[in-house]
Design a binder for this molecule. Structure first.
Ligand code: FAD
Length: 595
């Protein structure tokens, strides 16, 4: 793997950090008029010592964190990724062993103070916006997917911060911030994966009023903890009767030391990520928040963060595949020239570049949207503020939560699918060498494959995003309003305007389909068209903020992306209309036959 600081060596990341992100807008949401700084001035509370007093100070702290993360990811983790992959994990007597390199690298991240990324200052953390966390996940995703999962899982504690009471949050969240625990999320069961509303793991109170959980969970990342750190496992379990559906599910905190690790999966990729089978046998548990809110309120409330974690990881994987391919294509010569100068190879590299830029653009925009509502809605680390009491009435929360609920599945679906495509192309650029384990792209390709499966498969992301097309694109729909405001904020090219017109036609064609099954059948084409238009729009919008030379380069990339989009959206329109017509004809035939 390329050895470099992955934060400073990436021009696009630097452009986002320095120019493209409106940090004032985000820091204002996160810092609530810099109240931690003000509180520190009065109380001298140790945890708040480094709270910023203005945006510039916040940015200096963000930059220092990413500099350090970029250095460790690019110069340490990436250099051991292949060795860790070859060593893998072992499992014996209920205990998972990790490669020594992984243990040392995790420790290195902790020693640099990076484990506070997921928690609020009041609990010993760093109070970072989602946008910052996305940068961090991307840097780790580029270096090594398994370590990204192990360390990134600390972000799961956000649910406890947001939904538990003050006492419970004060008991558990600092244990993540001080590195004494790792974290895991246990939703999936052997018979219920996508179908979460029907899971059957049972939670009941014993005679002393202590909650106890019985049942088993499958595929739980990091359910065993990491090395000498046990895991706090956020567990979804049924408190209602077996047929109570989503409303009968509640969230609990269970310690990994209170259950049995029955085994780990042998997988095609992320070989150093422990994917555990957990058996709960009267395991003591603490209820988080209210009974019956586990799936419908809490898991759903956290879904946007979980989707963004994978789309940021996918951006990192795509960047790794692209960067490694560029390096190889400049070094490898065939027919007397570096293969990057051969048009067919250049074509692959150009597509990898523009798709990586689009994945990052979607991830960054969705992260911004989550930052614009979540700090008002949840007010992390501060439980008694007015904003938290009544967030639903805040128009900003309503607006951005709705838009983010379309954007985060869009970013997760598109990022994960495209990082697979980019990893596939990376092997092609490497030729036969790409198929061997001598180069990193084989591992990158295997690691990419999980991204469109976990945290909700692509098909489930499409289900989550399709509402944006059916209701959000109505005449005064929230998505149409957002898109038209965005388009009015810069001067869109004729090509982008034309693609918007094509996308609107797709939305109309989709709306005209009356049969629900046919709608589900063509939902992918509709959402893909949205991703193509929005990806192109974000490229142009961000180009408009860059200096002239960079702007020209980005617009060139955008034009090539638009060309692909025009072809894809036109084909999608033909598909949608063709399938709709076929379904209409067959329903007419059914009516004729019945009469
Ligand atoms: C390595 C790994 C790590 C994981 N980590 C975790 C973890 O930490 N915690 C956790 O709780 N889970 C975890 N999972 C589980 C993961 O989230 C599920 O595998 C995933 O949600 C899909 O569920 P499933 O495997 O049961 O597939 P199924 O739900 O059986 O799906 C099979 C196919 O049917 C499709 N499908 C199913 N329902 C629908 C529908 N309504 N509409 C359209 N298509 C549909 C799916 O898209 C898929 O193509 C992990 C899985 C893996 C492999």
């Amino acid at each position: 793997m390329i050895k470099n600081n992955y934060f400073t060596d990436n021009e696009d990341i630097q452009d986002y950090f320095q120019t493209l992100i409106d940090w004032d807008e985000i820091v204002c949401e996160v810092e609530h008029d810099f109240r931690d700084y003000k509180e520190y001035s009065q109380t001298k509370q140790e945890e708040l010592e480094f709270a910023p007093s203005n945006t510039q100070e916040a940015l200096e702290a963000y930059k220092a964190f990413l500099d350090s993360a970029g250095e460790i990811c690019g110069c340490d983790i990436s250099q051991k990724s292949s060795i860790m992959d070859k060593k893998g994990l072992s499992f014996k007597d209920g205990k998972v062993s990790f490669p020594q390199e992984m243990i040392e690298l995790y420790q290195k991240l902790e020693d640099a103070g990076l484990h506070g990324f997921a928690t609020a200052r009041h609990f010993g953390g760093l109070t970072f916006p989602r946008t910052m966390i996305s940068f961090f996940y991307e840097l780790m995703g580029r270096a090594d997917s398994s370590l990204c999962l192990a360390f990134g899982a600390l972000g799961i504690i956000e649910t406890v911060d947001c939904f538990s009471d003050e006492e419970q949050a004060a008991k558990w969240v600092p244990k993540i911030a001080d590195g004494s625990y790792s974290a895991a999320m246990a939703l999936t069961e052997p018979n219920y994966g996508s179908d979460l509303p029907n899971i059957q793991t049972k939670a009941e109170k014993d005679e002393k009023g202590q909650w106890r959980i019985n049942g088993s969970k499958r595929f739980i990342t990091g359910g065993c903890g990491f090395e000498n750190r046990p895991a706090l496992i956020l567990t979804l379990a049924r408190t209602g009767d077996p047929s109570s559906g989503a409303k009968g599910l509640s969230f609990f905190l269970v310690q990994s030391t209170d259950l049995e690790i029955a085994g780990i999966e042998k997988k095609m990729g992320i070989s150093c990520s422990a994917t555990c089978e957990l058996v709960y046998n009267n395991s003591p548990a603490e209820l988080i928040g209210k009974e019956g809110f586990g799936l419908i309120r809490y898991a759903m409330g956290m879904m946007n963060g979980a989707r963004l974690a994978v789309s940021a990881q996918s951006t990192g994987i795509a960047q790794a595949a692209y960067s490694e391919s560029c390096k190889y294509a400049s070094e490898r010569e065939q027919f007397g020239v570096p293969i990057r100068d051969i048009p067919a190879v250049k074509k692959l590299l150009d597509r990898m570049e523009r798709e990586t830029l689009v994945i990052r653009a979607l991830t960054m925009e969705a992260s911004r949207q989550v930052d614009l509502y979540s700090w008002r809605k949840f007010d992390h680390g501060n439980k008694n503020t007015d904003a938290e009491k009544n967030p639903k009435h805040d128009p900003q929360v309503r607006k951005w939560e709705k838009i983010a609920s379309f954007f985060t599945p869009l970013a997760k679906y598109y990022g994960s699918e495209l990082c697979n495509q980019i990893a596939f192309d990376a092997i092609q650029v490497h030729g036969g060498s790409g198929f061997t384990e001598e180069y990193d792209v084989a591992r990158i390709y295997r690691d990419a494959r999980i991204t469109n499966l976990y945290e909700g498969t692509t098909q489930l992301q499409i289900v989550a995003a399709i509402g944006g097309i059916s209701s959000g694109m109505s005449a005064k729909g929230y998505l149409r309003t957002y898109l038209e405001d965005e388009m009015a904020s810069f001067a869109p090219s004729a090509e982008l305007t034309e693609i918007y017109g094509l996308f609107c036609k797709i939305c109309e064609a989709f709306k005209e389909i009356l049969d629900a099954k046919t709608k589900n059948y063509v939902a992918f084409e509709a959402v893909e068209s949205a991703a193509r238009f929005i990806g192109g729009m974000l490229l142009e919008k961000t180009a408009s903020k860059l200096s002239s030379e960079k702007r020209e380069n980005r617009l060139r990339v955008a034009q090539a992306f638009h060309l692909d989009s025009k072809a894809k959206i036109t084909a999608n329109k033909i598909q949608i209309q063709g399938i709709a017509m076929k379904s209409e004809r067959s329903s007419q035939n059914t009516v004729v036959a019945a009469s």
